[in-house]
Write a protein that binds this ligand. Structure first.
Ligand code: FCB
Length: 457
């Protein structure tokens, strides 16, 4: 049905601004497989997933969606669904198998072909330089707790830019440093699986420093658009302290240094029982706060809090003793995450109020459901409902004046969902892991229509 037919029927069409970017997102370790091909070195996720008990049923990214070999068909499928953009990440250990030194040309060749194929299909590539697959060799030298890793990240970023910079405009340095630092080094539920709170704050700082150093390199080399993507969650609750702790650790500790050039004073004070912050050196915050052109927003759900005396700290939020994280009644995804589209409007509006002047892009939003393939079809109407509600929430933010440039759905394909392995399906496209067959779910077809109309009927 065309937009005008809808209008004739009197339906309200919610149109997005002209040029609004619609696409999907993935990450290297979650889809590529081929972990030992093309000279790729081991990453912390190879090590972590091979460690018994770390990932659901011992799943690993060794084969994943075999995208490394099937990228041509995958791009063709994306094109058939009308995508205008594709956010993918580059695997650092493909480019620098041991985390430093000269670039491995075969590793870069893969992304070179991918970028060419995307352009040939009329799809804009959006590159993320780090989506969690740190070369293991760098972890062996302290990983993100070592300041040198930030320098190495800038060197690696420049190597990728030199190969792809003539065809890629948008460069995202990091994906969700909160997960890298606090899930990886404090809670130990992501690679490298460490449980050292002091180390997690050092990791957070060195990740941000890596962002700043890479931004300087990319800018000098001529990058058009530089961004960073954060996992952001509006924090709810009636007790200001209970709200401030997770809001500080998840949102403000990453937003403030990049966009205001300071660490939030309350976060610094609260964390002083874990660390003396001596890893922050003079000049670091100037580097970290170099201007960016776009802020990537990954939104999945709000965070709910309440005071709960005696409660031990939630390990992903160091310092959260005495705070409860109740999950409210109501609809949830297969991850158990509450579904609340209004949180997206709230988040976008508050970001543009609190950190004005930087355009926003939703670099991830989506949902896992227990999808089943029956008779060649995946009826995932709950995902359609989820996306419809969240697109409307994004539209409401635009109406409220937010400069939102695009929406990238997580994810293009079902894939390796980190500690949950292949058990959680986030894709618009179903992957039959036994055959690697791809089957667009009903949501993929619905999304293709949204893109075609640039809006919702
Ligand atoms: C985000 C990650 C992404 C995926 C989604 C569900 O935190 O960036 O890789 O796992 O969650």
């Amino acid at each position: 049905m065309t937009v005008s037919a809808d209008l004739a029927r009197g339906a309200e069409v919610l149109e997005f601004p002209q040029g609004f970017v619609w696409g999907t997102a993935t990450a290297s370790y979650q889809i590529e497989g081929a972990t030992r091909e093309g000279g790729r070195g081991p990453s912390i996720w190879d090590t972590f997933s091979a460690t018994p008990g770390k990932v659901f049923q011992g799943h690993t990214g060794e084969v994943a969606c075999d995208h490394y070999h099937r990228h041509r068909d995958d791009v063709a499928l994306m094109a058939s669904l009308g995508m205008s953009a594709y956010r993918f990440s580059v695997a650092w250990p493909r480019v620098q198998p041991s985390g430093s030194g000269p670039a491995n040309p075969h590793g870069l060749d893969f992304y070179d072909r991918l970028v060419d194929d995307l352009h040939a299909a009329g799809i804009t590539p959006i590159v993320t330089l780090y989506h969690w697959d740190l070369p293991q060799a760098l972890e062996d030298r302290g990983g993100w707790t070592n300041r040198d890793t930030a320098e190495r990240f800038a060197e690696y970023s420049a190597a990728v830019y030199r190969r792809l910079g003539d065809r890629v405009e948008t460069w995202t340095t990091l994906n969700e440093p909160w997960c890298s630092a606090f899930l990886g080094y404090a809670a130990g539920i992501h690679a490298p699986g460490r449980t050292d709170v002091a180390a997690s704050f050092a990791a957070a700082h060195h990740l941000l420093l890596g962002h700043g150093l890479a931004t300087a390199e990319l800018r000098a080399l001529g990058a058009k658009q530089i961004s960073i993507t954060h996992a952001l969650s509006p924090v709810r609750g009636s007790d200001p302290d209970a709200v401030a702790v997770p809001d500080g650790i998840m949102n403000r500790i990453f937003l403030d240094p990049v966009l205001r050039g300071v660490y939030p004073a309350d976060v610094v004070a609260r964390a002083s029982r874990f660390t003396d912050w001596s890893f922050v050196r003079d000049g670091d915050l100037e580097l970290i706060s170099r201007p960016i052109d776009l802020l990537g927003v990954n939104y999945y759900n709000p965070t709910f809090t309440e005071p709960r005396p005696g409660e031990p700290a939630n390990p992903v939020f160091p310092g959260s003793e005495g705070i409860g994280f109740p999950v409210p009644d109501g609809p949830k995804t297969a991850m158990g995450w509450p579904i609340e589209a209004a949180g997206l409007t709230e988040l976008l509006v508050s970001l543009s109020r609190d950190y004005p002047g930087v355009p926003l892009m939703i670099t991830e939003n989506g949902a896992a459901f227990d999808d089943t393939l029956i008779g060649g079809r995946v009826d995932d109407r709950r995902r359609v409902e989820f996306l419809d509600a969240h697109f409307r929430a994004a539209h409401a933010a635009i109406e409220a004046g937010v400069d939102l440039r695009g929406y990238l759905v997580w994810s293009f394909l079902d894939n390796f969902e980190w500690a949950y392995g292949y058990d959680k399906r986030f894709g618009l496209v179903y992957v039959d892991y036994a055959t690697q067959e791809r089957v667009p779910k009903d949501s993929a077809k619905w999304y293709a229509e949204v893109i075609r109309r640039n809006g919702l009927a």
